[in-house]
Design a protein around this ligand. Structure first.
Ligand code: AMP
Ligand code: MG
Length: 415
């Protein structure tokens, strides 16, 4: 018969901030690969990207209308002879001399001699002769050369996470191949004799494996490549063998088996394999037991088995680690904002509590709606949760209307 696991001498519970610091201190940046820019969404750039040329290449018109000389339209209405028609992408063959105009479409380069664009709305839209009915300041309706990018300027910096705007700029500078971090591989194992997989029959008393799947989805959302390593039985030997078989990956995450239960073998297995365990208890709820170790150059996170604890600890500790490993320079930790609570919260007060909330914008302010259940085993309490309201240790409640520190793990909703 095995016995309950107990903390060893010198092992103390550390704060969330200290845990995050210790985790990030262990993370080194992964190698790179070159990929087609359209595949770079969600990846982290590992090179500075300069603009090869000015964008726009030359002054051009921001409006449909007529390229004119501001002096010519100083005393409206004036009639100007239209000497050429200039669709976007074409270059004028003639110069705008006093008394003339060139019809011009948005984006077309400014013809020589012209300094202003009379937008079509202030003209009679004439074809051979145009009447301009208002005067304009010189330079009106122009986009200046290099206004967007200057040749040689770094427009995208190494360490930037690539989203839609970055893809657009990569296209704009004709960068078809970009250097990004290779995706971190993340092995995912679920421990527990009670766990059966999704496609297996579920005898009475067994629990369906959901953690492997939520963790894999979180890993993918963060830009990593999950590797499903299956379910591990609650024996020391099986746990050792499973961890060993996962060591090809950059990161190993297990769920379950890190508590003080008689069948919690993850810590023992790590010790047996010679892992350097950096901490295993964090002063928080949910997710007090979180093992963090370095093992043969790889990073190991042992998360608690409760589905909510698992996700919360991933978002607070593992997602930042993955971002750092991918070379991301900013926004590594999830941001903390102040929200107005829309319902009461209760806490035991023994540890800092991260309570699931749905953060929304209401009347221009961030508000948070507490989830109806806050049990760490209630996986449905994570549905639509995009924030964790923090109730500090020693505090047992927070009332509706109070301002509360809230960790944002997703974009706020509109209310
Ligand atoms: P443990 O941390 O191993 O004591 O597990 C705590 C509880 O989490 C278990 O009793 C299960 O109900 C639940 N659990 C553990 N692993 C999983 C899993 N892979 N998927 C869903 N629930 C799990
Ligand atoms: Mg277990």
């Amino acid at each position: 018969m095995t016995t309950f696991q107990t903390p060893r001498a010198g092992e103390k519970m550390i704060s969330v901030e200290e845990a995050q610091e210790r985790v990030l201190a262990e993370i080194t940046v992964l190698g790179t690969e070159n990929i087609v820019f359209t595949d770079a969404l969600g990846r982290v750039l590992r090179e500075d990207v300069p603009a090869p040329a000015d964008v726009p290449q030359a002054d051009n018109t921001a409006m449909d209308g007529y390229a004119v000389r501001a002096d010519d339209i100083a005393k409206p209405p004036v009639r100007l002879k239209v000497i050429e028609d200039l669709p976007a992408g074409t270059v004028a063959t003639r110069r705008v001399e006093p008394g003339t105009a060139i019809r011009i479409m948005t984006g077309a380069l400014m013809p020589e001699g012209a300094d202003t664009v009379a937008h079509v709305e202030i003209t009679d839209a004439g074809v051979d002769v145009v009447t301009v009915k208002e005067s304009l300041k010189r330079g009106t309706n122009l986009r200046k050369r290099g206004e967007d990018m200057r040749a040689g300027d770094i427009v995208l910096h190494a360490g930037t996470a690539v989203s839609a705007a970055e893809i657009g700029v990569l296209a704009g500078v004709q960068r078809s191949i970009v250097r990004v971090s290779r995706k971190p591989s993340v092995a995912i194992l679920s421990t527990g004799d009670e766990i059966v997989d999704v496609d297996q029959p579920r005898p009475f008393g067994k629990v369906v494996n959901s953690n492997s799947y939520s963790l894999a989805a979180l890993a993918r959302e963060t830009g990593a490549e999950p590797r499903m390593m299956g379910i591990v039985r609650d024996t020391r030997e099986a746990t050792i063998a499973a961890i060993e078989s996962a060591l090809e990956s950059d990161f190993i995450i297990s769920s379950g088996g890190v508590s003080v239960g008689a069948y919690d073998f993850v810590k023992d297995a790590l010790d047996a394999l010679g892992a350097e365990t950096k901490f295993w208890q964090i002063a928080m709820k949910p997710g007090k037991p979180v093992v963090f170790s370095r093992l043969r150059g790889k990073i190991y996170f042992g998360l608690p088995g409760n589905p909510v604890s698992c996700m919360v600890s991933f978002l607070l500790f593992i997602a930042p680690a993955l971002r750092k490993a991918m070379g991301q320079k900013r926004a590594i930790l999830p941001p903390t904002v102040t929200t107005r609570l829309m319902g009461p919260l209760k806490s035991r007060g023994d540890r800092r509590n991260y309570l699931r909330v749905r953060v929304a914008a209401r009347d221009g302010q961030l508000v948070s709606y507490p989830m109806s259940s806050q049990g760490s085993g209630v996986s449905t309490s994570m549905l639509q949760a995009n924030g964790f309201a923090i109730v500090e240790q020693g505090v047992t409640s927070a009332a509706a209307g109070e301002s509360i520190a809230t960790v944002l793990v997703g974009a706020p909703f509109s209310d």
